[in-house]
Design a protein around this ligand. Structure first.
Ligand SMILES: Nc1ncnc2c1ncn2[C@@H]1O[C@H](COP(=O)(O)OP(=O)(O)O)[C@@H](O)[C@H]1O
Ligand SMILES: [Mg+2]
Length: 282
């Protein structure tokens, strides 16, 4: 069998299994100061085409490492990652990546940044695609502006547009709104949801913000502390638009919260240090 035949057989098998991204028995170790650090432990899961999965976990549990493996930025691990049946061994434009810091080139304008990685298209087509994506992320009027002249939220929008302009089949986002203030973050989450509705891109988003995960995800993967393992998968079937204050939303939020903080555990104060609250009125 030729490689192309094997690949197309794998792709059709993946479609039959309804899985677009497949991670099988992924384990990762880092060498640090001569010691081996076990970061990911035998992780397996599948993501359907068009699905949004949020990965939540404590700092240092291996979320970015997992995302980098799916992006193909680091293929030095045990286990197999495939997208649409093809093994992931290198980064590729079909898998767009968005980071917490925007990583725009400071010497290029917004439109130049968005169009930077568009190769093999005519000038006309480039103009059309850049315009379309500027519009998609709500940056019309800011095409000629440099990154330093943008707010944090706007810069993140430009970063998302740059990742989407190549029409990736998968968008991987590593704490994309982690550095934004609460109000900007909430409006960016709404926008990402709208972008997903229009583009139908399969998304995996890493976050430590539980509300963000419940708002955005079709399923939430809860990772345990290092070595990272999938502790629990929580499906989110809330109707759209999602109401962050609805009972159902808060119930899912609590389910995930409880995975991290058993009741009272993090609020325990040693007996000797307990103080009576002082309340003064008047
Ligand atoms: N290149 C590296 N070399 C050595 N250790 C690393 C490297 N990258 C990450 N680590 C370690 O692996 C663990 C998981 O890191 P990371 O995936 O960045 O966690 P998270 O994104 O969940 O905060 C951390 O303990 C981190 O220090
Ligand atoms: Mg990280």
């Amino acid at each position: 069998m030729k490689i192309t035949e094997i690949q197309s057989a794998k792709a059709s098998e993946a479609r039959q299994n309804d899985s677009y991204i497949s991670v099988k028995n992924l384990s990762k170790y880092f060498e640090r100061k001569g010691e081996s650090l076990h970061v990911l432990d035998n992780i397996s899961f599948q993501v359907k085409k068009g699905e949004t999965v949020c990965i939540v976990g404590a700092s240092g549990c291996g979320k970015s490492t997992l995302l980098r493996a799916i992006a193909g930025l680091d293929a030095n691990h045990d286990g197999i990652v495939t997208v649409d049946g093809a093994d992931v061994t290198n980064p590729a434009k079909e898998r767009g990546m968005v980071f917490q810091e925007h990583r725009l080139f400071p010497w290029l304008t917004v439109e130049q940044n968005i169009g930077y990685a568009l190769n093999g298209v005519s000038k006309e087509e480039r103009r059309r695609l850049v315009h379309e994506h500027v519009k998609l992320v709500g940056l019309r009027g800011f095409e000629k502006v440099y990154p330093r002249q943008l707010s944090g939220g706007m810069a993140q929008r430009a970063g998302i547009a740059r990742a989407l302009v190549n029409n990736p089949s998968v968008l991987l986002l590593d704490e994309p709104f982690g550095a934004l203030d609460t109000f900007t973050k909430i409006s960016m989450q709404k926008e990402l949801k709208n972008i997903q509705k229009q583009s139908h891109t399969t998304m995996i988003l890493v976050t430590h913000d539980i509300d963000e995960a419940v708002f955005l995800a079709d399923r939430i993967f809860v990772l345990s502390a290092r070595p990272g393992k999938i502790k629990r998968i929580v499906p989110v079937t809330l109707p759209e638009p999602r109401d962050r204050n609805s009972y159902e939303f808060l119930e899912i939020r609590k389910t995930i919260y409880d995975e991290f903080f058993a009741e009272g555990q993090d609020l325990e104060v040693p007996k000797g240090k307990r103080k009576k609250p002082r309340i003064s009125v008047g």
